[in-house]
Design a protein around this ligand. Structure first.
Ligand SMILES: *Cc1c(COP(=O)(O)O)cnc(C)c1O
Length: 462
């Protein structure tokens, strides 16, 4: 299995190379040269299998010879062993045909654990074999950083540095980053906003001397291995609801488009997905683009579902690649236009996008009302991101087709917003109820590239 760039001008790589590289050298995102297909019988045979077994069968065709079957099974087993639910991604029924896919039973209580835990184990296996070390540097507004730290803590071949904006993440998110005790984990609180943190990380990747000296690697949501890990739970949930014998729809609370794109891949592999719905909060650039074709960022308005507060949705580029008939040059052109302010999708490409994705938006008041109504009607406490999904799903569901809404985070990760909407304080799960007592370890850094690079060099001089 070979991987190509969405902009068509980067070297073709193996799965392992694409995973360790992240972003392609032409600025594009890696995709498999062709998407493997699972037959009706192969999908039917997933029924009754464990999450881990489905993960193995769904992902195996994508990884080529990166790992032997035994190695890959072991990687998967280790990745999901720390989840707080044996089903890993259990389904809850909201009403006769609306289901919630709970993706928040991982160690940091958000769906990003599914991909990050797997990628941590794959990095470790691959680096051990080659004797290399890497230094993972990432910027976070909350969920990605804690998921990365949880996934890489204590691994031998990896140091992990996470920059988060000082004073601008929730207390649960901060504590998840600052309380791990392993010496390869480094939480850095930068004086500035998320955009500053992200800009300094980009600067480090563009500083080739530094990049090579410390062996910089990225695990942000454009990494193909992360998308792949997320394909699995579309299969487990759809098969539980009767696929491939009947079609199932999904609604996905969306920011960077990684999670919903994984659903698109599942459909192209042969899973009968009827509607695949992109749900946005008030930062609705994706809904506007899918409605009218214009992709023109304006400012982000902070919301109570902060992990979906985006202007530039990086994985959308992958959907554009297919909508433009796999024309890398056309995608590169759009991305150039985006740098200059925005782009308009061609008529043909818009039709292709709208065939693949439906969309809807949910404002702040509707989000709060959905949290309250769902609590009152079902006893299920939704996080604000999941509430955006549930609201849009209710508008977009069709009779006779079960709708699955992805619940992307645990309500206890956003206690203030949930309590304000419902009057109920969401407790942390038992297994992490001591989070508020653990001691914190964090380094405050100035918004200054040279100072951050010096600190990272010192800490990685083994
Ligand atoms: C990251 C995140 C999202 C958005 O997912 P994308 O793959 O970026 O679209 C939604 N909800 C929560 C809780 C998240 O952490």
């Amino acid at each position: 299995m070979k991987y190509i760039s969405t902009r068509g001008a980067a070297p073709v790589l193996s799965f392992e190379e694409a995973m360790l590289t992240g972003l392609a050298r032409d600025g594009g995102l890696y995709l498999p040269q062709s998407i493997p297909h699972m037959s009706f019988a192969e999908i039917a045979a997933l029924d009754g299998q464990s999450y881990e077994e489905v993960a193995f069968r769904v992902m195996r065709p994508f990884i080529g010879d990166a790992f032997t079957d035994d190695e890959f099974r072991e990687i998967i087993a280790r990745a999901y062993a720390g989840f707080g639910h044996v089903a890993r991604a259990p389904l809850k029924q909201l009403d006769s045909a609306h289901f919630l896919l709970e993706l928040f039973h991982g160690p940091t209580l958000a769906f990003k654990d599914f991909a990050m835990q797997l990628i941590g184990q794959m990095f470790e296996a691959s680096l051990k074999r080659s004797g290399r070390r890497v230094c993972i540097v990432g910027a976070t507004s909350g969920d990605t950083g804690s998921a990365a730290i949880e996934a890489f803590r204590g691994l031998d071949a990896v140091d992990v540095f996470i920059l988060y904006p000082h004073g601008r993440v929730s207390e649960v998110q901060r504590r998840q980053m600052t309380t791990p005790t392993e010496s390869n984990v480094h939480a850095l609180a930068i004086d500035g906003h998320f955009d500053d943190a992200q800009a300094r990380v980009k600067d480090m990747f563009n500083d080739f001397e530094f990049r090579d000296a410390v062996g910089l690697a990225g695990v942000n949501s454009i990494n193909w291995a992360r998308v792949l890990a997320q394909v699995v739970y579309y299969f487990t949930s759809a098969v539980s609801l009767g696929a491939p014998h009947r079609a199932v729809s999904f609604t996905v609370p969306t920011g960077n488009f990684g999670d919903v794109f994984a659903g698109y891949v599942a459909r192209r592999m042969g899973l009968p997905i009827d509607r695949l719905v992109v749900a946005t909060n008030q930062n609705d650039i994706l809904h506007r683009c899918l409605s009218g074709g214009a992709y023109v960022p304006d400012g982000v308005i902070p919301s109570i579902s902060p992990s979906m507060d985006i202007q530039v949705s990086s994985n959308f580029e992958r959907a554009l690649f297919y909508a433009y008939g796999e024309d890398g040059a056309a995608v590169a052109q759009l991305m150039d236009e985006l740098k200059a302010g925005g782009f308009h999708v061609s008529q043909g490409a818009l039709e292709a996008l709208r065939e693949a994705f439906a969309s809807g938006r949910c404002d702040e008041e509707e989000t709060r009302a959905t949290i309250l109504q769902t609590w009152a009607g079902t006893g299920e406490l939704l996080c604000p991101h999941s509430a955006v999904g549930v609201k849009v799903a209710e508008e977009m569901r069709r009779p006779d087709v079960p709708m699955v809404t992805l619940a992307t985070a645990h309500p206890a990760k956003f206690p203030a917003a949930v309590e304000e909407a419902s009057g109920v304080h969401p407790p942390l799960p038992e297994r992490m109820s001591d989070l508020y007592e653990r001691s914190e370890r964090v380094t405050r850094v100035a918004n200054d590239l040279a100072a951050i690079e010096t600190l990272i060099k010192e800490r990685t001089a083994h």
